[in-house]
Structures are given as structure tokens and as C-alpha cells.
Design a binder for this molecule. Structure first.
Ligand code: HXC
Ligand code: NAP
Length: 282
């Protein structure tokens, strides 16, 4: 579907790019001709990703906790000294299932810090540099990875839902504030896509995976490749008029939950549906 040079000459940073969806996007963007930077906390994980992906193109790793503003500034300065970024993907996240009333302040803040403060830290470090160029015709892009519950909220992942709602608010605020200076801001709201990091924390039991599959209209989870291809489009110049948008990628899962009668397909048998039909008059 894509030209093999779709992202040629694009210099991209993906936070949390050493694992899961971040690594999948890194691979796809390299295949499409981009130069990549990835960051995360664990150096060995980043090194392994670089080892695997470097045959596909130029990729550099930066150990960095996105909550640590001084370290973020240092990383962004290092990247800029090599070449300015064109595209930022805020993908790093922390999450776990818990009853909210049992969370310590540290637990709530850990997730808010990674997802929301981390996104703010990196976005501002890049945005301030882009704005200095004072070029309304530049084509810079920020893509934030949210989750479908950014607008519904979700029980048992309240810190993540709170933070993702904030990330979308930031996306839409800056889409307007920075759009006239050549910076587009968009987000993807994925439903469940199997990754070690996510599924070990939010669908840790086989029964939970089964329930998630059953309630999805398409009857399956999303794939890393589907997410990476959508992201490739949204960071490319072909989506140049899309700004401030949140694209949901969940097989229709959240709508199924939102509609009053969405679960009937799983609950009623053929016989039940037949019984609901009006009786024929003689
Ligand atoms: C309650 C917990 C907890 C848990 C940690 N804490 N795990 N509390 N239940 N399961 C508490 C700790 O006790 C501590 O509290 C505080 O959180 C910080 O924990 P640390 O171990 O110091 O780790 P830290 O590095 O600060 O935080 C990391 C983390 C961890 C968020 C807790 O899960 C992580 O490293 N995650 C990274 C990757 C990840 O989460 N990927 C999933 C993304 S999936 P105190 O009080 O001692 O300070 C996703 C969407 C999925 O986001 C949607 C699917 C549909
Ligand atoms: P993942 O593999 O756990 O990815 C999270 C990444 O963030 C890891 O590489 C992790 O690396 C990095 N990270 C965590 N804390 C960090 C910090 N403080 N500083 C820098 N990097 C940090 O999970 P994933 O499934 O790929 O998730 C990727 C994104 O998709 C997240 O935004 C998540 O909320 C979103 N999402 C995923 C799903 C899904 O079903 N997979 C659904 C909806 C939304 P380190 O631990 O080495 O730091």
C-alpha cells in the first residue's frame, strides 16, 4: 500500500521504541526509509532492538526515563546536534490493573508521570525547537498513542485513563496552537493489541483475554502491523490535512460496549431471534 520511500529523509523519535507497538512502528518506519531514534529506561532492551532492526536502516537508542525532564532535554539536545527531528511518537506508557481505592500516591503518579508528564516533557522539548524555526511551511508531526478509554474512562486502570485523557487534551490543544507554525498533532486510540508489556499487565489471565475477544465485533485482537501501518500514514505527508484527530483502531470494540443492545449478539440464540418475530396471522 505504501511507497517504499514514504518516510525517506524523516528523522523520527519513538518513546518506548524498544518493545511492543513502539518497536513495531520503528521497524515499519525504517522499512519506509526513515531514520530512527528510540528511547526507554532499559538499556539492554534498547540495545537488543537496535541489533534486530539496524539491518533495516539507521537506528539509534537513548536510555531515558521520560519523567526526568533534565534527561529528556539532554537526549533531545543530543539528537538535534546530529539532525533535527521531523516526527515524534509519544508511545511510552505504564499501566496495571488495580482497584483504584487501593493505589498508593506513588502508584497513581508512576502512571501519570510516564504517560502524561512524559508526553508533555518530550513534546515541549521538540516543539520549542521546531517553533524557533518560525517556518509555517515546515512539516513536523507529533503522534500520541492513547487508548480507547481516553474518552470513556475505564474501571481498574484509572491512572492510565486519566493520563490518556490528558494526552488527548494536549494533542487537541497544541493542534490548534501550533498548527499555523507547521506542526501537526494527532493520536491513535488502540484497543487490545497483543504485546508482552500490555497483556502481562492488563489481561494477565487467559479468562480475561477470552472475554476481550468475545466482546470484539471482529472477534480478534489488532496486530502490531495494523497499528504500525496506521501510524505510518498519520506521520507521513499524505495525512497532511489531518490535525487534532484521534483515530480509533479497535475493531469496533468500544462502540459495542457503548450501544444499548450491542451484547445481544452474544446472548441470544437463533431460536430466541425467531421467537421475537411477529406471529403470522392466519
Ligand atoms: C498497584 C503498583 C503496581 C500494581 C506498581 N505499583 N505496580 N501498585 N498495583 N500492579 C506501585 C508500586 O508499589 C510503587 O508504589 C509505584 O507503583 C511505582 O512502582 P515502581 O515499581 O517503582 O515502578 P515505576 O518504574 O515507577 O513504574 C512502572 C510501572 C510498571 C508503571 C509500575 O508497570 C512499568 O514499568 N510499566 C511499563 C510498561 C507498561 O506498563 N506497559 C503496558 C502499557 S499497556 P509506591 O507507593 O511504592 O511508590 C497500556 C494500555 C493497555 O497502557 C490497554 C489494553 C486494551
Ligand atoms: P510496552 O511494550 O510495555 O511498551 C511500553 C514502552 O514504554 C516500553 O518500551 C517501556 O520501556 C517504555 N517506558 C515505560 N516507562 C518509561 C519511562 N518512564 N521512560 C521511557 N520509556 C518508558 O506496551 P505496548 O503495548 O507496546 O504499549 C505501547 C503504547 O500503546 C502505550 O502508550 C500503551 O498505552 C498503548 N496501548 C497499547 C495497547 C495494547 O493492547 N498493546 C492498547 C491501547 C494502548 P522501558 O520499560 O525499558 O522503559
Amino acid at each position: 500500500m505504501f511507497q517504499s520511500d514514504l518516510l525517506r529523509n524523516k528523522n523520527i523519535l519513538i518513546t518506548g521504541g524498544g518493545t511492543g507497538l513502539g518497536k513495531g512502528m520503528a521497524q515499519r518506519f525504517l522499512e519506509l526509509g526513515a531514520s530512527l531514534h528510540i528511547c526507554g529506561r532499559r538499556q539492554e532492551v534498547l540495545e537488543q532492538a537496535v541489533l534486530e532492526l539496524s539491518p533495516k536502516g539507521k537506528i539509534q537508542a537513548h536510555p531515558c526515563d521520560v519523567r526526568d525532564l533534565a534527561r529528556v532535554e539532554e537526549m533531545i539536545a543530543t539528537i538535534w546536534a546530529d539532525a533535527p527531528l521531523d516526527i515524534l511518537v509519544n508511545n511510552a506508557a505504564g499501566n496495571f490493573l488495580a482497584r483504584t481505592e487501593e493505589l498508593s500516591p506513588g502508584a497513581f503518579n508512576a502512571v501519570l508521570g510516564i504517560v502524561l508528564t512524559g508526553t508533555i516533557n518530550i513534546t515541549l522539548a521538540c516543539g520549542r525547537r521546531w517553533l524557533q524555526a518560525s517556518n509555517p511551511h515546515q512539516k513536523k508531526v507529533v503522534l500520541n498513542i492513547a487508548a480507547t478509554y481516553w474518552h470513556t474512562g475505564s474501571a481498574y486502570v484509572a491512572p492510565s485513563a486519566t493520563a490518556k485523557a490528558g494526552v488527548v487534551a494536549l494533542t487537541r490543544s497544541l493542534a490548534v496552537e501550533w498548527g499555523n507554525r507547521g506542526i501537526r498533532m494527532n493520536a491513535i486510540a488502540p484497543g487490545p493489541v497483543p504485546t508482552e508489556g500490555a497483556f502481562s499487565r492488563v489481561l494477565p489471565l487467559p479468562e480475561l483475554e477470552k472475554v476481550a475477544l468475545e466482546k470484539n465485533p471482529l472477534g480478534r485482537f489488532g496486530t502490531v502491523e495494523e497499528l504500525a501501518n496506521l501510524a505510518a500514514f498519520l506521520v507521513s505527508d499524505y495525512s497532511g490535512y489531518i490535525n487534532g484527530e484521534v483515530v480509533t483502531m479497535d475493531g469496533g470494540e468500544w462502540l459495542q460496549g457503548a450501544g444499548e443492545f450491542g451484547s445481544l449478539g452474544r446472548m441470544l440464540s437463533d431460536a430466541d431471534w425467531q421467537a421475537l418475530k411477529p406471529k403470522k396471522k392466519n
